[in-house]
Structure formats: C-alpha cells, structure tokens
Design a protein around this ligand. Structure first.
Ligand code: PEP
Ligand code: MN
Length: 459
C-alpha cells in the first residue's frame, strides 16, 4: 500500500514544502533563454558545499531575538548590488572595516551588543521596477532587458550583455564563497580587534574637519577602552567579531538549490546566507517568495514600505513566523523620510498589540531615492538621517525598540549620495559614481551616520 501523505518520510514532506513556491506566481524572475541550461547549473549548485552552516543561522536568530526584545541592535550594511568585478580583497576589506567602525560607535551609543550583518557575499540579484531599459544609442532609441544584477546579466548596454545567463549563478556561488572566506579571515584573524577599529575612528575624526564634532564621543570611547585595559580585561570579544552574511532571496531557483537539510535537526536551511530577506516587490502573501521563505529555518527579513497595512504585516507574521520564534522575523521598514512618521506608528502599534515580537529595523535608503538635476540616481544624506530620526521618534513614542539600521554603503570614497559633513553637492556626483544599482553612502557618510545614530541611541 502506498504511504498516505501523513506517513510520507519526513524528507519527502520537507521537500514538498520547499518546492511549493514552484506552483505560485514568482515576481521578478529572470526570463532565462534556456530552461535546460538553468536546470543543469542548478543541479551543479545542489552538489556544492554549503556557504554557511545551519548552526550559525541559529546563532544569528538567537541574536536577532535579543534585538526584538530590545537587548541588542542590528547593523546591516553593504552594496545595493555586489558585482563579480567588485569582489576584490580591497573592496571587501573596505566594507567590513566600515561596518566594524560603525558598530563600535553604535555599541557605545546603544550600550547593548551590535549584531553585524553584511549585505555581502550573495547580494548579486536585483528586483527592477521595469523589465526593460531604453536608451538613445547613436541617435536611435534602443530597448534591452533591464540589468538584474550580476547573478543574471551584465550592466553593459548591449544585447549580449543583457541576455540572462544561468551559468552566472555558479559565479554567484564562487564570488560569495570567496567573499565569505575573506570576511571570516578578517573578523577572526586580528583585523577586527576593537582597539584597532577604534584607532581607525580616532584617526578619521582627527583628520577630517567635517567629523570634528564627534571628537568628544571618540574620546569617551577611548576612555572606556583604557578603563577596561586598566582592569586587565581582554575578552575574546575584543579580538574577534561574529560577522554574518545576508542578501535578498530573489532568484528562487538559486536559493532552492542551496537549501539543505541540517544534519543535526533534519530541518531545511537556505545555506546561501545566514539571513535572507524578501524585498518590497516580492513580499506578496500568496506569492512564491513568501512560500519559499516559510519553508526554510533561517532568520528572515521582510522589507516593508509605506503601502504596507497592519493586516499585511500581521498576515506576514502568521505565514513566516507561525510559532512566534524569537529572532525569526525582522521587519525592515523603508518608508521615506517624508512618510515614516505617519506610516510607521499604526504598523508597529498593531503588531505589538498582537503579541508578536519582531525586530524592527530602519532602511533609510530605499524610500529616499530620486534623480538629481545632473541625471544621477541619488539620495540626500540629510533625508537618510531624517528617516532614522523619524524611526526613533515613532518607537520612542510607542515604547518599542528601534532595533537597527539597514544601509547601502561602501568603504570607498565614492560620490553617490549628496550631503553630509563633506558637503557633497549635485555637481560632484559624476566624480566617482560607481554603483551598479542604487547610490551608497561612502566611507565618511557611513561613519557620520553611525555617530548621529549613536547620539539618538544615547538620548
Ligand atoms: C534593496 O534593498 O536593494 C531593495 C531593492 O530594496 P526594496 O526591496 O526595499 O526596494
Ligand atoms: Mn538598493
């Protein structure tokens, strides 16, 4: 007699759940020209070792549980879109260094642990508002498929470059593995020593006129460190850092091919990253992305924009965190500076009243993008700061915890966002505009944001 569904082996049941998304509408998937080549690439991917371990995902989940309870703060940062060419040692080091420098300042401001999470080692696929892009080339209007990230096609504006190529997903795996390996070396091998990171901050505040107003805080941190040293304290936490990886779970074939059963528990984890998040464009309740995320045991983020209703949020909780597991679900709000003070309170109030405990994190980037007079996609540093301020105001008024910050940043001195102490103007944007997608805070703007948020945390 064939086994009934209830008696099917656990593995088979788990697989059915992991593949349920295949029958649902999946937004933002590339139009691969050749399904057989995609299947072959995914079959290869399915044989490769995990990029992260299920136990590490659980550890991050535990720490995000502390964020949800108000006992820790999350810093999530990195490129909008990583690129294969950009996965160099210098660029990776620059981003890790920037996140660590920000984290020291935030730890001081918050007086709670800061959980460090890169938008790194896997952030290669992008949702697009339009599937195609039109440009005038040699006086003629040319329309090609939109760039969807290095995972899918190439930024160059030619038909060959823009044709989706499934073998790129194998390059995503390799670039992610190389990036993760270097991150692990940097954060475990002495580079991340707290005193060293603080020295970078001291030097930066000293040498950059625009940062002088933060000298007092830098000096206070110095005193705290000197006090610890005088007490003879030299904990492991001073010398090494736990640094986690995250990206948007966009291309479901890729994420599914990297989903494995944890040998300890028999439960499925997406081992492409510690945390994956669902974007504003792919969080449909009856869509494929939510169904996929519901089936894996990683901590999950969901971007929530200004059109999200409290009922949407409650339904997402029901689908993604039915067991109300601490740290399982993080809402990353991206309302826009002009809207956050109106859009966020009802959402937070109703979710809190429901008894659910999620982590609330502020993405002050994606609601504040506009096209500058010079034609660049940009963001004003002042809008970014204002959205974070609004986020803090809302949570303070409700008595809830502003749990973290999600930013697009780089360690380089790029000119992609305007404003900040360096006074980057519209006219400067062309000097060093390098992003493959959205504009990022440069090294100085990132640090400056960390000092400002540390002040908000300490208020
Ligand atoms: C992003 O994080 O790069 C992104 C596209 O965000 P959102 O889904 O919030 O628009
Ligand atoms: Mn982006």
């Amino acid at each position: 007699m064939p086994p009934s569904r209830a008696e099917a082996p656990a593995g088979a049941r788990a697989d059915a759940r992991l593949d349920a998304w295949r029958d649902l509408p999946a937004a933002q998937q590339p139009e691969w020209p050749d399904r057989a080549r995609l299947d072959a690439a995914m079959a290869t991917l399915a044989t490769l070792p995990p990029l992260v371990f299920a136990g590490e995902c659980d550890q991050l989940k535990e720490r995000l549980g502390a964020v949800a309870r108000g006992e820790a703060f999350l810093l999530q940062g990195g490129d909008c879109a990583e690129t294969f060419a950009g996965a160099t040692a210098d660029a990776i080091r620059g981003k890790v260094k920037t996140v660590l420098q920000m984290a020291v300042v935030l730890t001081y401001g918050a007086s709670v642990p800061v959980v460090k999470l890169g938008r790194m080692a896997g952030q290669f696929a992008k949702p697009r508002s339009s599937g195609s892009e039109t440009r005038v080339v040699d006086g003629e209007s040319v329309t090609l498929p939109a760039y969807r990230g290095d995972a899918v096609n190439d930024l160059a504006f030619t038909p060959e470059a823009r044709t989706p190529d499934p073998e790129r997903l194998l390059r995503v795996y390799n670039a992610s593995a190389g990036t993760l390996n270097l991150i692990r070396a940097f954060t475990q091998g002495g580079f991340a020593d707290l005193r060293q990171v603080h020295e970078w901050n001291r030097g930066f505040v000293r040498d950059s006129g625009a940062m002088a107003r933060y000298e007092d805080m830098a000096r206070d941190i110095e005193r705290a460190l000197a006090f610890m040293a005088a007490c003879g304290a030299d904990p492991r936490e001073f010398r090494t850092v736990d640094f986690y990886a995250s990206h948007e779970a966009l291309i479901l074939d890729y994420e599914r091919a990297l989903t494995r059963t944890d040998s300890r528990t028999g439960l499925p984890y997406d081992v492409s990253a510690h945390l994956v998040w669902l974007g504003e464009r792919t969080r449909q309740l009856d869509g494929a992305h939510v169904a996929f995320a519901a089936g894996i045991r990683n901590p999950i983020g969901v971007k929530v924009g200004p059109t999200t209703t409290p009922d949407d949020a409650l339904a997402l909780i029901e689908r993604l965190d039915p067991d109300r597991e601490p740290g399982r679900l993080t809402f990353i709000t991206r309302m826009g500076a002009g809207r956050i003070r109106e859009a966020l309170p009802e959402l937070v109030a109703k979710v809190t009243a429901s008894g659910a405990q999620v982590a609330w994190v502020c993405d002050p980037m994606h609601g504040n993008t506009y096209e500058s007079a010079s034609g660049y996609k940009t963001r004003r540093f002042e809008d970014v700061v204002d959205e974070v301020r609004g986020f803090f105001e809302v949570h303070r008024a409700l008595g809830t915890w502003p749990g973290g910050l999600h930013v697009e940043l780089t360690g380089d001195d790029v000119t992609e966002c305007t404003g900040g102490g360096g006074g980057l103007a519209d006219a400067d944007l062309g000097t060093r505009y390098e992003t493959a997608c959205d504009p990022r805070l440069n090294h100085q703007q990132s640090l400056e944001l960390a000092f400002l948020v540390a002040e908000m945390l300490a208020e």
